[in-house]
Design a protein around this ligand. Structure first.
Ligand SMILES: *Cc1c(COP(=O)(O)O)cnc(C)c1O
Length: 396
């Protein structure tokens, strides 16, 4: 059956019709001036979304994972030390990638459900008097646990320690949905992907690169070819690529940024916060809790819901897909089975989120969980009614 049910996974997200149409275009020569005209606004738009004051935007035909690889291989050399906290599947995978590239990862093990531990990061940097740590890696929004870390706080910790490492941030599930400020936080590399906050199909890794990271690029010796920023920047100057870019996705990216800016980035962030808060009210009404340990860690793009003892979150996700044709996220790694995840980022409205909450409740009832139908939906309805503003999305 063909269905237009929205998805409630934390990426890929629902693709608005206007963005889908923008991706659908006839073949365009990527070495032509027409491509350059299309490409430049996409790059300029990314610069605004990331709040970059300087540096370069790099858009690779890849995904967020490729963005991580590009970040490290362009700026680091074999044997270099990087500092990273591990508190979920995505922070773990980035660490694993660094190790496979022959980097020495100084890992701060942190309980899942917590965020980047600022005190421990500062202590590790203070202890590194010889300056061996070349980069601090931070997962802004840990998509596995629904935890947002304090990137400004990490920058303050680095400053307090007087340490000159680069700051690399995985913003794959935050950028375009939650406030991000590359300039204020002095982020050296920010990594995003096309299929989350940018509401596009998967296929682009989107990076902001600071002047400091660009100078590290000149001496870094990790092998890279396809992802080499130097090749990219040389051809960028002429408005092109060293190879064939994903032209349709780049057209879509320019349109996605118009969609975000028509609503207003601050309004987009406020909408994500409202939608997330409604989900959290529903979770509380179900008698459950988010995996994120405390409110300041709550993500506005995904909630990992801890399921009651004796229940299995993966059962709910399977049933929702099979019986109702609705996608939620399963628990990953340490929290497999213990949580299910509700993605609430990208093109979503109150109405859409309510349908997801209602579906989750139907599944809970089907599975015999002790949850009253309508309880979470009513809590979210009350919150959405009391906090609703004008529907900025309606005009499209
Ligand atoms: C989705 C995600 C990734 C991986 O991105 P892909 O585009 O699937 O390669 C990395 N980090 C975080 C935080 C994510 O949410």
């Amino acid at each position: 059956m063909y269905s237009q049910n929205p998805v409630f996974i934390p990426g890929p997200t629902n693709i608005p019709e206007v963005i889908r149409k923008a991706c659908d275009m006839p073949t365009l020569d990527h070495r032509s001036p027409a491509f350059a005209r299309m490409f430049k606004p996409a790059v300029a738009g990314v610069r605004r979304v990331l709040k970059m004051a300087e540096g370069e935007v790099i858009i690779l035909p890849s995904t967020g994972t490729g963005g991580w690889e590009a970040a490290i291989t362009n700026t680091l050399s074999p044997g270099d030390t990087v500092l990273a906290a591990r508190f979920g599947m995505f922070s773990h995978r980035w660490i694993d990638m660094c190790q496979r590239h022959g980097l020495n990862v100084q890992i701060i093990e942190t309980p899942w459900g917590q965020g980047a531990p600022l005190g421990a990061i500062e202590a590790a940097l203070r202890a590194d008097t010889g300056g061996t740590i070349k980069a601090v890696l931070a997962t802004h929004n840990e998509t596995a646990t629904g935890v947002r870390s304090d990137i400004a706080g990490i920058r303050r910790a680095m400053d307090a320690a007087g340490h000159g490492a680069m700051l690399m941030v995985d913003g794959v599930s935050s950028i375009g949905s939650m406030p991000f400020d590359m300039a204020a936080w002095r982020v050296d590399i920010a990594v995003a992907g096309s299929q989350k906050g940018f509401m596009l199909p998967a296929g682009l890794a989107i990076l902001g690169v600071s002047p400091k990271a660009l100078s590290a690029m000149e001496t870094a010796t990790l092998p890279r070819t396809f992802f080499d920023f130097r090749d990219m920047l040389r051809t960028y100057a002429a408005g092109g690529y060293p190879y064939t870019p994903a032209v349709g996705l780049i057209a879509g990216l320019a349109r996605a940024i118009e969609v975000l800016e028509d609503e207003g980035l601050d309004a987009v962030y406020a909408r994500h916060h409202r939608l997330a808060e409604g989900v959290r009210r529903a979770v509380a009404a179900w008698g459950m809790k988010p995996c994120a340990a405390s409110p300041e860690l709550y993500s506005d793009t995904v909630t990992a819901v801890v399921v009651p003892e004796g229940c299995n979150g993966t059962d709910l996700v399977k049933l929702a897909a099979e019986k109702y044709g609705v996608a939620f996220g399963v628990g990953l790694g340490e929290v497999a089975g213990k949580v299910f995840r509700i993605g609430h980022l990208g093109m979503l409205t109150d109405v859409m989120v309510l349908s997801g909450l209602a579906t989750a409740e139907m599944c809970m009832a089907d599975l015999g969980w002790n949850v009253r139908l309508g309880s979470g939906v009513a809590a979210a309805q009350d919150y959405y009614r009391s906090s609703a503003g004008a529907m900025a999305l309606a005009a499209e």
